[in-house]
Design a protein around this ligand. Structure first.
Ligand SMILES: NC(=O)c1ccc[n+]([C@@H]2O[C@H](COP(=O)([O-])OP(=O)(O)OC[C@H]3O[C@@H](n4cnc5c(N)ncnc54)[C@H](O)[C@@H]3O)[C@@H](O)[C@H]2O)c1
Length: 362
């Protein structure tokens, strides 16, 4: 049942691509770092779907992960497939790849605030050293057609209210030594490195800045806000809302976001940076907790709590993307409302025993 939700979503992502976009992958080899993370698993799945339904000559997918936070999940089972090679690898070191690669997707990173606070140096290494190692690999591949870097909306820091919704041209308001600096600043430097490799070596780079993507497959212990709220509500514990609860985020459902990522990879302009998110789905954390209570029904509650010690301070008050550029360049058009996406996500969580067995420590 839970696998069905995931594979329906993977099919939606594949179907959302134009035929021209999909066929660019015909017979190509795609290397994905962080392939066992939340976004990586969907990208691997979407490429498998295209192989099964659309491509005459399948693409080959090499998924690399060091499992610092990622975990295999039974709903994303690629074992036994000839088109997927899943290997342990750490992008902080050069990868010993000896075959032609056509697309490189750098999705490895420490994406959850609790984890990047716990592993600050690994966070920097995976972004900065990781991107440089993969760009060097790109340089060795004369037939490379695209290099895709997952940056983050966090590079904008806590934006000036006048710059929200935030366009790609906003330069950010970020502390170089603040509690979130290991993540924000390493993504910023990695973006700089990507742009230099594009300018100096002509690598066809594409960078995206995702704004809070969510969906089935997020780990029960991931600690980002939606899995954390889902975990608490399903374990009959009060949903903890940090601070005053008026801070907002926009949430983009996985089918929309992954479609946007693949469209940028296959149709985006080389050297460009794109926001990917859903500007219609902005909500305060208090309203989000109330939505969970409404969906879960009787017995569900939420409570305002001070920021916990393991959570990095200085979170942005408001985050909302301006996606005009992705709409116009790659025809990105998010379709899933927060309510629709959340209902699907919680349905999936209910079927995953890891969400319901009450094992995560605060
Ligand atoms: N999901 C979002 O909403 C979001 C938002 C902004 C940015 N991003 C970025 O997108 C990328 C993917 O995000 P995600 O949500 O899938 O995160 P995730 O934490 O679920 O997955 C990241 C994966 O990278 C792996 N990894 C970490 N360091 C590594 C290393 N040195 N070598 C190899 N593998 C390593 C982890 O084990 C994990 O499986 C990350 O770089 C993240 O910073 C995601």
């Amino acid at each position: 049942m839970s696998g069905n939700i995931v594979w329906e979503d993977i099919a939606t992502i594949g179907k959302n691509l134009s035929s021209e976009e999909a066929h660019k992958l015909e017979g190509k080899t795609v290397l994905i770092s962080g392939g066992s993370g939340f976004l990586g698993k969907y990208l691997v799945g979407a490429l498998c779907y295209l192989n099964d339904t659309t491509l005459k000559k399948p693409c080959r997918i090499i998924s690399v992960d060091n499992f610092i936070t990622g975990q295999p999940h039974p709903d994303f089972n690629f074992k036994g497939r000839n088109d997927v090679l899943e290997v342990w690898g750490d992008v902080s070191y050069p990868l010993p790849v000896r075959e032609d690669i056509h697309y490189i997707i750098h999705a490895a990173g420490l994406a959850s605030p609790v984890y990047y606070k716990k592993y600050p140096l690994e966070t920097i290494e995976s972004a900065v050293t990781g991107v440089k190692n993969l760009l060097e690999l790109a340089r060795k591949n004369k037939n490379l057609e695209g290099f895709f870097f997952f940056s983050s909306s966090e590079i904008y820091g806590d934006p000036d209210p006048k710059a929200v919704p935030t366009p790609e041209t906003y330069h950010g308001y970020v502390s170089s030594v603040g509690p979130r600096a290991c993540y924000d600043e390493s993504k910023r430097l990695a973006e700089t490195i990507v742009s230099i490799y594009h300018q100096q070596y002509g690598i066809p780079t594409k960078t995206v800045r995702p704004f809070n993507v969510f969906g089935p497959g997020m780990g029960h212990a991931d600690r980002r806000v939606l899995p954390m709220f889902a975990y608490k509500v399903l374990n009959k514990q009060p949903i903890p809302v940090h601070g005053h609860g008026r801070q907002t985020r926009t949430f983009c459902y996985i089918t929309d976001a992954a479609t946007g990522f693949l469209k940028v990879l296959l149709s985006g302009k080389p050297g460009e940076v794109y926001n990917i998110g859903n500007e219609d789905n902005e909500i305060s954390m208090k309203d989000l907790a109330e939505l969970f209570v409404k969906i879960e029904g009787s017995g569900a509650t939420y409570t305002l709590i001070p920021y916990p010690a393991n959570y990095p301070a200085g979170e942005p008050e408001r985050r909302c993307p301006d996606i005009t550029k992705a709409r116009s360049d790659v025809k990105f058009a998010p379709q899933v409302s927060l309510q629709q996406g959340l209902a699907r996500f919680i349905d999936w969580c209910r079927t995953d025993s890891r969400y319901t067995e009450g094992a995560v420590q605060d």
